[in-house]
Design a protein around this ligand. Sequence first.
Ligand code: CMP
Length: 477
Amino acid sequence: MSRPPLKKQVALPLVFAALFGVAWYVLSLFAAELPAGATEQQRVSHRAGEWARSLVQVVFWMSLALVAVRALNELVFIVFRKRKGYDAPALMRDLFSLVLYVTAGAVILRYTLELSFAALLPGSALLGIILGLALQDTLGNLFAGISLHADKPFQVGDVITVGKHTGVVMSVTWRAVKVKTFQNHIVLLSNSSIGKESIEVCPQDGQNARIVFFGALYTDSPVKVIHAVREAVRDADNVLRYMTPVVRIRGLGDSGVEYEVKYWLSDYARYNDTDALVRQRIWYAFRRNGLTFAYPTRTLYMEQPAGGAGGRDTETIAELLSAVEIFSPLTSDELNALAAGSTGRVFAPGETIIRGGDSGASMFVVHRGSVDVRVDSNGAPRTIKRLGEGAFFGEMALFTGEPRTASVVAAEETEVLEIGHDAMRGLFQTNPDLVEALSHTIKERREALAANAPEADGDEDTSDGLLSKIKRFFRLD
Ligand code: CMP
């Protein structure tokens, strides 16, 4: 709330000062000494004249005092603004003026009517009690206002919630805090009531966050949802650029996966608009990425006879497998047989697919995404290789019957095809070259392992030794 300019503030008091100054001058011209032996009537009219002059004098000086206090107030707080860089609180200005008014009033009364505060004190004791009782609430507000200023729990421009009211602080006066709600209503919260309530403050220049909820179907991958929403929200208007929004799963609901996106605002006072914009962005992100919002549904599942990996038909999987280098010599029947014995699995980023030291009876082909091969190096995991789409892993334990030589962890959301022991055994009988190709790969990988983790017990088999080991394990001879 801005004050009127100084010119407006002092105009009326100046007019009063001029009028009463002239009146005082005129009265002084007609003032005469009381002649000795004056009649009772002359004495009364003389005293009335004196009183009138004193009163005019008081109004004159009071008007001047008003001008002086207002000008001084303006001057002091211009200096305050220059020094501190912000406007002084209204309460401080009001108190400053009040002290000056009381002082000026006391001085004027003292020198015009010869009334002193000390003389007024005894008589004012009773008045004080009466005033105290009458002004109980007002004084309560004043002191609560003073403590608000000392504490500074919020400033003009901050968003606060007190009781059921939320809005932007417009001003803090000696009586109340003026708040503008998001429906553009002005609410006056008395200082004393604020002192009794708990206040939620969202500072104007603070990092205030909001949380918006949404849901996606169970069939939509969380990694995809999280990535799509984060990217859509991060550059929306009024979202803080340097704070990346956080998207996370908050529950597994009846209709779908429940998510929340937490984002930070530049201007918290506009959070309603920004929440709406964020929801809009989420809708478009879902559309672009082929995602579906969760809604109450009842799904009837008709179980299909298992058809290879993760519900995909055998032909599609066979096609995927044919792209893997070691399987390229296989005939389409062999690929179909291999596909029928494979299962599709999906892993979240950071999930362990294979744990070093475990026993294992299957190998994997990376269909989508990538994985890290990790070994223990002085007690800490170290990535020695990243395998991308079309690469395979887990063959070493599968073909030799030995424990897993390393851990394999999904580097991003990754889909793999898991091929079991039996599916491979069938192939080995008809494709002796496959066994040989695999034994070469295993040998190379073992060498790389030995170079990267010398403390691990490396098996020193030659290619031939490895080949016969595989054959023995699969009882191929
Ligand atoms: P396995 O020992 O069954 O389980 C861990 C797997 O990590 C292993 O089979 C290989 O498939 C893979 N692996 C180990 N070392 C390497 C390497 N140097 N390069 C690529 N893959 C590897």
